[in-house]
Design a protein around this ligand. Structure first.
Ligand SMILES: Cc1ncc(COP(=O)(O)OP(=O)(O)O)c(N)n1
Ligand SMILES: Cc1nc(C(=O)O)sc1CCOP(=O)(O)O
Ligand SMILES: [Mg+2]
Length: 198
């Protein structure tokens, strides 16, 4: 099953209630600083919403909860990989997306047979402090050459206006957070994203 080209990331199921009815079909729930007991209920809510709308849910970081709930996808960064039980993740049938920011991380990611590779930050991001400088579109093209047929997700400072350039450079999927969540009219912005990427 191929993934949609638009991949928004949200920090609450409340956002899914707004985005899924508009036609978003691939979404990540990225929740930080929430106790695992509470997390389970939040993820279960997200999972139910995605199932109802026929959307793919990617659980960021919380692979144990993803296994417990029988989710389909998990996204892990390099630090997450240090403590993740990859055989358990695979036994549970979870598909795996992995973040990369340089060649060493890409080598490691590819050695783990991911189901997509993410590259970032393509442009500067205001969402979180990162030690990585902007990668730029040339790096997107290089990453696509290096990973071949694996889906390439690009992230970091992405916007509706920047999506076409990223696709031309070789990205398969564009991921975004603040371009939507900080927009004055997030629903209108989501509609623009869907129009631009379909
Ligand atoms: C699609 C996508 N790409 C990259 C990330 C970042 O993951 P990670 O490096 O683990 O950082 P956190 O998001 O956990 O802060 C992502 N979540 N999704
Ligand atoms: C969560 C995340 N990971 C990144 C990476 O490069 O791995 S950039 C990023 C933030 C994306 O938010 P925005 O679309 O608002 O820039
Ligand atoms: Mg992470």
């Amino acid at each position: 099953m191929s993934l949609d080209r638009f991949y928004p990331i949200f920090d609450s199921p409340k956002w899914l209630e707004r985005a899924l009815p508009l036609g978003v079909t691939l979404v990540q729930l990225r929740i930080k600083d929430t106790p695992e007991t509470e997390l389970r209920a939040v993820m279960a809510r997200a999972q139910a919403l995605c199932r109802r709308h026929g959307a793919v849910l990617v659980v960021n970081d919380h692979w144990r909860v993803a296994i417990e709930l029988g989710c389909d996808w998990v996204h892990l960064g390099q630090e997450d990989l240090d403590e993740a039980d990859l055989p358990a993740i695979r036994r549970a049938g979870l598909k795996l997306g992995i973040s990369t920011h340089d060649y060493v991380e890409l080598d490691r990611a590819l050695s783990l047979s991911p189901d997509y590779v993410a590259l970032g930050p393509v442009y500067p991001t205001i969402l979180k402090k990162m030690k990585w400088q902007r990668q730029g579109l040339e790096r997107v093209t290089e990453w696509k050459r290096l990973i071949g047929d694996l889906p390439l997700v690009v992230i970091g400072g992405m916007s509706v206006e920047r999506a076409a350039g990223a696709f031309q450079a070789g990205a398969n999927i564009v991921s975004a957070v603040t371009d939507i969540t900080l927009h004055a009219d997030p629903e209108a912005r989501l509609r623009q994203w869907i129009e631009t990427t379909r």
